[in-house]
Design a protein around this ligand. Structure first.
Ligand code: ADP
Length: 244
C-alpha cells in the first residue's frame, strides 16, 4: 500500500455513517438512462469522499458555457444519441489527471461503447486501482415513467423525482435553493432514443466486463427507493472489503 493509499484508510470522518475506501477505488456505475446510477453516484460521493465523474454532466457543462465542444455535442445530445468516443475518452482522461481523482473516483455514464471500455480497461490496469462495476437493472416501462418526473438542479446537478425523491420545497433544490429544471433530453421520444442507444451500444459491455474479468455486481433496482438501494450498495462495498 502506498503512502497516499494508507492515508485514505486513516482519514478521520466526523460522521460515523461515512465510510472510506480502504485503497484507491474506481467504481463504475453502469446501467440504462434512468436506472438511478447518477443518483447513487452522488450519494456515494458523500459516502466515500471521492469524486463523481459524469460524462453527461461534463458535456452539459460545456453546452451551458456555449464553448466549441458544447456546440459540437448539443444536437446529438438533444436527439438522445451518443457523442464521439474520442471526445469523451479525452474528457475522462483529462479529468482523471486532476489531483481530486488521485484517491479514486466514481464513473457515471462512462464507458458507454466498446471503444470507451477498451480505453478505460487499459487506464484502470495502468493505475492499479481496486475496482468494481455496479450494474443497476430497471424495467424500461418504469424508467420512462421515472424520467418523465425527473428534475435536476442546474447548479449542483442533484437529481429529484416528483414521486420517488421530491425536493423539500417543490421545484427548488434542497442543497442550494436553485430552481430545478427539466433536462432537454428527458422528453419521452428522446428517452426512447436513449434507451435504444443503450440497448445497441452500451448493454453489450456487460459481456466485455465479464470476459475481461472485471468485478461485476448486478442489482435489480426496479422497485426500491433510492435510499434503500443506497443501503444495499453500502453493504456490498463493505462485504467486498472496499470500504473501511
Ligand atoms: P443518461 O444516462 O440518463 O442518458 P447522461 O447524463 O449520462 O444521462 O447522458 C446524457 C447524454 O450525454 C447521452 O444521451 C449522450 O448523448 C451523452 N453522453 C454521456 N456520456 C456519454 C458517453 N460516455 N459516450 C457518449 N455520449 C455520452
Amino acid at each position: 500500500m502506498s503512502e497516499g493509499e494508507a492515508a485514505i484508510g486513516i482519514l478521520n470522518r466526523p460522521d460515523a455513517s461515512v465510510a472510506v475506501p480502504v485503497r484507491r477505488l474506481a467504481l463504475v456505475m453502469f446501467g440504462s438512462p434512468g436506472s438511478g446510477k447518477g443518483t447513487q453516484a452522488k450519494l456515494l460521493v458523500q459516502h466515500l469522499g471521492i469524486p463523481q465523474i459524469s460524462t453527461g454532466d461534463m458535456l452539459r457543462g460545456h453546452i451551458e458555457q456555449g464553448d466549441q465542444l458544447g456546440l459540437c455535442v448539443r444536437d446529438l445530445m438533444r436527439a438522445g444519441s451518443l457523442v464521439s468516443d474520442e471526445l469523451v475518452n479525452d474528457l475522462v482522461a483529462q479529468r482523471l489527471e486532476e489531483p481530486e481523482a488521485a484517491r479514486g473516483f466514481i464513473l457515471d455514464g462512462y464507458p458507454r461503447t466498446l471503444a470507451q471500455a477498451v480505453v478505460l480497461s487499459k487506464l484502470l490496469d495502468s493505475l492499479g486501482l481496486r475496482e468494481l462495476v455496479i450494474h443497476l437493472i430497471v424495467d424500461y416501462d418504469i424508467i420512462i415513467s421515472r424520467i418523465s418526473g425527473r428534475r435536476q438542479c442546474p447548479r449542483c446537478g442533484t437529481l429529484y423525482n416528483a414521486t420517488s425523491r421530491p425536493p423539500k420545497v417543490a421545484g427548488v433544490c434542497d442543497l442550494d435553493g436553485e430552481t430545478l429544471v427539466i433536462r432537454e433530453d428527458d422528453r419521452e421520444s428522446v428517452v426512447r432514443e436513449r434507451l435504444l442507444a443503450y440497448e445497441r451500444q452500451t448493454r453489450p459491455l456487460i459481456e466485455y466486463f465479464r470476459e475481461t474479468g472485471r468485478k461485476l455486481i448486478e442489482l435489480d433496482s426496479s422497485t426500491e427507493s433510492p435510499d434503500a438501494l443506497f443501503g444495499r450498495i453500502q453493504q456490498i462495498l463493505s462485504q467486498q472489503g472496499l470500504t473501511a
